[in-house]
Design a protein around this ligand. Structure first.
Ligand code: FAD
Ligand code: MG
Ligand code: MG
Ligand code: MG
Length: 456
């Protein structure tokens, strides 16, 4: 125990007192890295900055641990517990890494420059500029898929970024308080307390699960007069939720949802989104109107405008897919020189997950280690990227989780409370810092003891 405390103190001290860094070196090549998400941060953590200068460009000056974002929408975990300032990472590299909080608006592969814009509310005298690169790593992630449907951006909440979780949490409590407003009509109470989730992938399922827990553990106590009227509906176009999981776990999830009074509408397509209702075509091809108070939209990814712009520029070079940047098995962007891409902005045979982005990021760091070796005159060859699937996990509510895990060339499917404990330990061990682990565990303990915070 003394050893453990000693070690923890050492880690914390180190974290707060980074050692001196080597300065930018004009004789080294410069890598410009776009993004501070899973792909970018995994790459950066492993990259040897003795060999390269690094400039990071991202509109977000922190890394976000997305798997726990659904827990933040109801306050099981606090938002700041799953954020990690990028400086905590860059300041520990051997050479000084520059970070510009800005959005890359254009990439010119010909002149090897990018345009960047300061997107914060407060700007200095200079807020637009271009910077040159020797190597470019594109790890900008993806946008929310709306299928071009009018009304989605205006009326629905997404669940991808910090501000999305904040907005959901505020809207949820707004709905509850407005439903309790003096002499509210019964129809309005029923509408305001109808929480609709569109999309039956892991994000939609986990959000519905967290919402159910919040309802059962907390709203039941603090809003007893309203809680029976609160309904959760999950809308999915496919015949079942969680298509990436085994059929056994899909059924287990659907059973659990039924027990938890979460209504699952499968084979149901959203056709129209208005401010107080959505119109859907149900499994029998009938148009039905569903009034809602809160609408959460989690239907997957589409390429960001920047990725689309780049794809259009490189069309002749082989960027032929509308679904994302095409790369080879060394992460090189098709049709460009010295340009690499990883994670959700790419279109490959892999699912858009943190697991894939992380492995690609780590792999790309070894590609660069190899480039440095070649530059030093060592003749090396590097093997192509290979993805190792470590399993799929999801939280489904009432302290139950599901997991499909590869095992001896096969697959084991498990679900229940023990899996939930496993789910928690996997997430904790995958967090990037001791500080984040400490904060998340603290939040879990706090919400167990005191319940979740129901203030708006
Ligand atoms: P991101 O992590 O999205 O990072 C993109 C970065 O690029 C961000 O920093 C962004 O600010 C920045 N950026 C955007 N535009 C620009 C620009 N123009 N210029 C510069 N920078 C830009 N995956 C799992 O494996 N397991 C899970 O349990 C899991 N749960 C999830 C839960 C939720 C709620 C969500 C939303 C996702 C979840 N995922 C999970 C998926 C996972 O988060 C993504 O696959 C992963 O984030 C992809 O990494 P990335 O680096 O490609 O993109
Ligand atoms: Mg990234
Ligand atoms: Mg991320
Ligand atoms: Mg993209």
């Amino acid at each position: 125990a003394v050893g453990a405390v000693g070690y923890a103190s050492y880690v914390v001290y180190q974290n707060r007192h980074p050692t001196e860094q080597k300065q930018f070196d004009p004789s080294k090549r410069t890598i410009v890295l776009l993004g501070t998400g899973w792909g970018a941060v995994s790459f950066l953590k492993k990259l040897n900055t003795d060999d390269f200068n690094v400039i990071i460009v991202s509109p977000r000056n922190y890394f976000l641990f997305t798997p726990l974002l659904p827990s933040c929408t109801v306050g099981t975990i606090e938002l700041r517990s799953i954020m990690e300032p990028i400086r905590f990472i860059t300041r520990h590299k051997s050479r000084n890494v520059k970070f510009y909080e800005s959005e890359c608006t254009d990439i010119d592969p010909e002149s090897k420059t990018i345009s960047i814009t300061d997107v914060s509310d407060i700007k200095g005298a200079v807020s637009n500029t271009t910077i040159p690169y020797d190597y470019l790593v594109v790890a900008i992630g993806a946008d929310n898929q709306t299928f071009g449907m009018a009304g989605v951006r205006e009326h629905a909440c997404f669940l991808k970024e910090i501000w999305d979780a904040q907005k959901i949490r505020t809207r949820l409590m707004d709905c509850v308080e407005s439903a309790g407003f003096a002499s509210q009509t019964p129809e309005e109470v029923s509408r305001l307390l109808h929480m609709v989730v569109v999309g039956g992938g892991p994000t939609g399922v986990e959000y519905a699960a967290e919402l159910h827990d919040f309802l059962k553990d907390d709203l039941q106590i603090w809003y007893p007069e309203l809680v029976d009227k609160l309904r959760i509906t999950l809308v999915e176009a496919l015949p079942n939720v969680l298509p990436m999981f085994s059929s056994q776990l899909i059924q287990y999830t659907e059973r659990t949802f039924k027990q938890n009074n979460i209504e699952v509408l499968t084979k149901t397509m959203v056709k129209e989104v208005a401010d107080k209702e959505i119109k859907v075509m149900d499994a029998n091809k009938n148009m039905v109107s569903i009034p809602y108070g809160l609408l959460v939209w989690a239907t997957g990814n589409c390429p960001r405008p920047l990725a689309r712009k780049l794809m259009a520029r490189l069309k002749e070079g082989g960027q032929s897919s509308p679904r994302g940047l095409l790369i080879d098995e060394y992460m090189r962007v098709a049709g460009a020189q010295d340009m690499y891409a990883i994670g959700d902005c790419t279109f490959t045979k892999y699912a858009p997950t943190a697991q894939v982005a992380t492995q690609q990021g780590l792999y790309l760091a070894s590609v660069f280690a190899n480039l440095a070796r070649i530059e030093r005159g060592e003749n090396r060859k590097i093997s192509p990227f290979e993805y190792t699937h470590q399993g799929s996990l999801a939280y489904i509510g009432s302290d139950r989780a599901i997991a499909d895990l590869p095992f001896l060339n096969g697959n084991v499917s498990v679900g229940g409370v023990a899996t939930y404990v496993f789910w928690r330990s996997v997430y904790i061990s995958n967090m990037f810092s001791f500080r984040n682990r400490f904060l998340v565990v603290g939040d879990w303990v706090k919400s167990r003891i005191f319940g979740r915070d129901v203030s708006r």
